[in-house]
Each structure stands twice: as C-alpha cells, then as structure tokens.
Design a protein around this ligand. Structure first.
Ligand code: AMP
Length: 115
C-alpha cells in the first residue's frame, strides 16, 4: 500500500510538509502549492477515498462534516463576498491526485463556466 501512497496520504501521514490551515480527526485542510486564487485551500478526508465517484453510502456523515469545515474556513479566511468549491473527479475533470479533495477558492472574481 505504501508504494502507491498518494501525495495527499503522505501529507496526512506527516511524511511531507504542507501549509496546514485546519485539522481534526476526520480531515485536513492545507494551502494549494499552485494557487489559482489568493485563497486556495484543499480540504481532504483523512480516510482514503479516491474521488467522489468512490464514495460509499456510509461516507455521508464525513461528507457533511467536510462541507461544514469548508463553510467555517470560508468565514475564517474572510471570503465574505463569495467563494467556489470544486472537486475534480476523474480524467475528464483533470483530477491529478487520486485522493478526494475539495478546492476552496476565493478572494478574487471567479468566472463561469470553468475551463
Ligand atoms: P486536482 O487537479 O483537482 O486533482 O488538484 C490537485 C491539486 O493538488 C492541484 O491544485 C495541485 O496544485 C495540488 N497539490 C499537489 N501537490 C501538492 C502538495 N504537496 N501540497 C499542496 N498542494 C498540492
């Protein structure tokens, strides 16, 4: 298993550093190394779930928890005029790390539709 650890699992396990902005028993939030907005935080479950497509029915409380963490972070990081939450899932969406993650983006005007 360790040979196929994702980079996010290595961050969870403390093997590589990250700019952590929030942590609890179920999740971790840290700043993206290649930020696409002045605030760009990744919120990830500590449980290894590859993507939204891999969710199990009993992951529902965990997903609800992550949404509340995102709500709290958006407020704490001052995203009062709005923010965007993105979960790229699978190759067509450009998912590059196979560990579920929510991008929290804000502090700039965000265009729509995304690319
Ligand atoms: P995605 O393309 O949706 O899978 O998003 C993966 C994100 O992880 C990208 O925005 C990367 O910049 C970010 N990323 C990759 N490695 C790290 C890292 N070590 N620390 C923080 N962010 C990372």
């Amino acid at each position: 298993m360790s040979a196929s650890k994702t980079i996010f699992k290595r961050i969870i396990d403390g093997e590589i550093p990250a700019d952590v902005v929030y942590e609890d028993s179920q999740c971790l939030a840290f700043r993206d190394v290649n930020p696409q907005a002045p605030v760009h935080v990744l919120v990830i479950p500590k449980k290894e779930i590859a993507s939204l497509a891999h969710l199990a029915e009993d992951d529902a409380p965990l997903m609800g928890h992550l949404m509340l963490v995102i709500r709290n972070l958006a407020a704490e990081l001052g995203l009062d005029s709005g923010f965007r939450v993105v979960a790229n899932s699978g190759p067509d969406a450009g998912q590059s790390v196979d560990h579920l993650h929510f991008h929290l983006l804000g502090n700039r005007s965000l265009s729509w539709p995304p690319g």
